[in-house]
Design a binder for this molecule. Structure first.
Ligand SMILES: [Fe+2]
Ligand SMILES: [Fe+2]
Length: 473
């Protein structure tokens, strides 16, 4: 076989639509069956990564890691979706995507899911898993024909970009936390042999069906739905400042209301803490459900970070406010997953009318702090999307919208106010932290505090826990 030696494109334009050279396209590369086999493995890895990140969000105390896990769960869900779509285009029914490619690969991810320390989890999922996954993607890109399999190469190009970012985050996190070294023995004795048994991330190395050992996943996995926070979060049961009452009062200036809104945004850490438990505990739904819910969970994590950014920009140390976990704690321990979803939907529907997100945006616009308008504008848009996600995935489980709302309302009403209980148990004094935060903002801005604003002192006492907007995420 002798290829044409003098063949060239017209005017020497880039050939083959810019995909590759003739020499590259003339390599036979992989056939459909092998492509599908490898892509299904990648899909499995992304699905497990999504599951594992989501499962850690609630019980991980460190705020930065919580936020990153929400982000990375979302990225994995998006790329798993893209690969599902691609596989379904390759003469392959989308069925079979839920099959476990190799029992040792399943055990590998089970081990990471059950890893007892954050450091081990980070080492395993980011440094080991993500870096090997990147190698397997690169191998696929090199092995497949760039013309015949251009759609898969494109899908994986984008996956590669973000898995690289996930990996980089993990490297920095591992460095920052300092390694206790506990992963070494685990990797030597358990994880390394598992990797050998499943024949690399793409399964291109010889695999083994010999029995393998487990360590952390020997016992069944127990999901921890109790939210945890790091040391910067104090007085977690505090309900001493009624943020909604301040925000919706006509008595106070927009600038001060913005500060209260930033508090409300940051308090939204409790939404990913709560949504992660719904995602984890709800089984048997179509993949699209998990993708939509994960998108919303990531948005809520972003809302919390928007609050953080606003505080930092205004020169306010947010740790002096009380970013409580009362809501996620109680929903996660007192309601079923469907009830939690119902409560979330009920609250989010309440955000849509005039007093909801539009109002917050208008207050932010009037405040003379342009960043606040940006934050609230996007927060509002996200909430409109969440309302649609709720209609698609929550309401459809009921006869109609009214019944769905009633279900959420009833679940929320059942969670009775614990204002006095937590005080009587000595868990909090419901300290009024507002004047401290407000004074900080005024000092940073170089203005005198407004006496009336400083004097705001209204708690959540006597507020029914089901009062609309009490959370007002
Ligand atoms: Fe939100
Ligand atoms: Fe939302």
């Amino acid at each position: 076989m002798k290829p044409l030696s003098n063949y060239a494109s017209l005017h020497h334009l880039p050939e083959l639509a810019g995909l590759c050279s003739f020499a590259e396209a003339a390599q036979p590369g992989l056939l459909i069956e092998e492509c599908v086999r490898r892509l299904k493995r990648f899909h499995y890895c992304l699905k497990r990564m999504h599951e594992l990140f989501a499962a850690r969000i609630t019980s991980e105390p460190i705020y930065e890691l919580k936020m990153a896990f929400a982000h990375h769960a979302y990225l994995c869900a998006e790329h798993a979706t893209a690969i599902r779509t691609r596989v379904s285009e390759m003469r392959e029914p989308p069925l079979g995507l839920d099959a476990v490619p190799h029992p040792a690969l399943e055990a590998y991810f089970d081990e990471i899911r059950n890893a007892p320390t954050t450091e081990e989890f980070i080492y395993a999922i980011y440094l080991d898993n993500a870096s090997s996954f990147l190698d397997a993607i690169e191998k696929y890109q090199a092995d497949t024909n760039p013309l015949t399999d251009a759609p898969s190469r494109r899908t994986l190009k984008f996956a590669r970009l973000e898995i690289e970012e996930i990996f980089q985050f993990g490297m920095k996190a591992f460095e920052a936390l300092g390694s206790p070294g506990t992963h070494k023995n685990w990797f030597q004795e358990i994880m390394g042999p598992l990797e050998v048994a499943f024949g690399d991330w793409d399964g291109t190395k010889p695999t083994s069906n010999a029995p393998f050992a487990r360590r952390y996943s020997e016992k069944p996995y127990v999901y921890d739905p109790v939210p945890k926070r790091d040391q910067r979060f104090q007085d977690l049961w505090n309900q001493g400042v009624n943020a909604e009452s301040f925000l919706y009062s006509s008595e106070y200036p927009a600038r001060a209301k913005v500060l209260m809104m930033l508090y409300k945004r940051m308090r939204e850490i409790d939404v990913p803490e709560m949504m992660a438990s719904i995602i984890h505990e709800t089984t048997g739904k179509p993949w699209e459900y998990y993708r939509a819910m994960t998108r919303q969970m990531w948005d809520e994590a972003r809302h919390a970070m928007m609050g953080e950014v606003g505080f930092v920009a205004l020169g306010v140390d947010w740790t002096q406010a009380r970013i409580t976990f009362n809501w996620s704690y109680r929903l996660n321990t007192e309601c079923s997953a469907l009830e939690r979803h119902g409560v979330l939907f009920f609250i989010e529907q309440g955000l849509m009318p005039k007093t909801g997100k539009r109002y917050e945006y208008e207050v932010a616009s009037e405040s003379g702090f342009p960043l606040a308008a940006t934050l609230q504008d996007f927060d509002w848009a996200d909430e409109v999307l969440h309302s649609q996600i709720g209609r698609a995935w929550f309401v459809t489980q009921f006869e109609n919208l009214q019944k769905a709302l009633e279900y959420g309302d009833a679940a929320w009403s059942r969670v009775l106010s614990n204002w006095s209980t937590v005080r009587d148990q000595g868990l909090t004094q419901h300290e009024n932290w507002w004047p401290g935060i407000y004074t900080q903002a005024c000092t940073a801005e170089g203005v005198e505090p407004d006496g009336k604003v400083s004097a705001f002192s209204e708690t959540y006492e006597g507020q029914r826990a089901d009062r609309k907007g009490i959370v007002g995420e």
